[in-house]
Design a binder for this molecule. Structure first.
Ligand code: ZN
Length: 275
């Protein structure tokens, strides 16, 4: 039996076998029949995960060339600014409050925060190698997880494309609820199982062995957030299911805007608050 960490349903179903184009390893993914979230099962052990992220720069270079490089900073900054705008997350939040990003990698978003005028910034990552490559001045770096942050101390917590990488999303949200202040904001961006994943099936671009472990549906995300006291105050969607390079750029652009318009995009950003 598989436990859905989003809706808590126990289930069994036919797996989708997916081979990694980078590491060659094959894993099984299962779709929860209750909330339609997708889970890798079994999960990789700690040693496999650690090894994966030690070579993350090489892996990303093969899968998503340029992702961690300087040239990607400007498009990323534009995307984050647009996401903040669409979520109604005001720049006023940035100046006097503190900011913690989990999964900061080599710090592109931390640099964005700094350039927007934020002062008190902390980046957390499990890769000491990536942390050592952050060039943003006067920020705190933590090698590890949210367990290293003091209770009731955070104004803004950012989880950009990280929740799906975490073996135990419930443990992470439990820590998030512990460290966040009552009026604080949690911003989550995550690939979303749903209409597009069900159409693409085993060709869905976000099935990435040992990297994407739990992919929530919107329903599944609402359920897990609810258990830790959060509700979704605002959301935005993007992505058409196609990765850059799969189809001609002008078709991707049109498909992306249709997906956004219909609210079926397979990536979403959510502004979450405590009830
Ligand atoms: Zn479920």
């Amino acid at each position: 039996m598989i436990d859905c960490c989003f809706c808590l349903q126990q289930f069994h179903c036919e797996p989708m076998e997916i081979a990694s184009s980078v590491t060659g390893v094959t894993v099984s993914y299962y779709t929860c029949p209750s909330c339609l979230s997708i889970h890798q099962h079994p999960l990789p052990d700690q040693q496999t995960l650690q090894g994966y992220y030690e070579q993350y720069e090489m892996i990303k270079e093969k899968m998503n060339p340029g992702y961690l490089e300087e040239d990607n900073y400007t498009p990323l900054a534009c995307e984050r600014a647009q996401t903040f705008h669409e979520l109604g997350f005001s720049r006023d939040n940035l100046f006097n409050e503190n900011h913690v990003e989990l999964g900061c990698a080599n710090g592109h978003f931390l640099r964005f925060l700094k350039e927007q005028g934020a002062v008190d910034i902390t980046g957390i990552d499990i890769s000491s190698d990536l942390l050592s490559k952050i060039t943003v001045p006067n920020i705190k770096r933590i090698n590890g997880g949210l367990d290293k942050i003091a209770p009731d101390s955070v104004d803004n917590l950012y989880l950009f494309n990280i929740l799906e990488h975490i073996p135990d999303p419930q443990g992470t949200l439990d820590h998030a609820a512990r460290i966040m202040k009552p009026e604080s904001s949690l911003i989550i961006e995550v690939p979303l199982a749903g209409y597009i994943s069900s159409r693409f099936k085993n060709r869905w671009r976000f099935l990435m062995p040992n990297e994407h472990l739990h992919l929530p549906s919107v329903n599944g995300l609402i359920k897990i957030l609810d258990r830790y006291g959060y509700y979704i105050a605002a959301e935005t969607r993007f992505g058409s299911g196609f990765t850059t390079g799969m189809i001609p750029g002008f078709i991707k652009k049109r498909a992306d805007s249709v997906a956004k318009m219909l609210g079926i995009g397979d990536r979403g950003a959510f502004l979450c608050k405590f009830r």
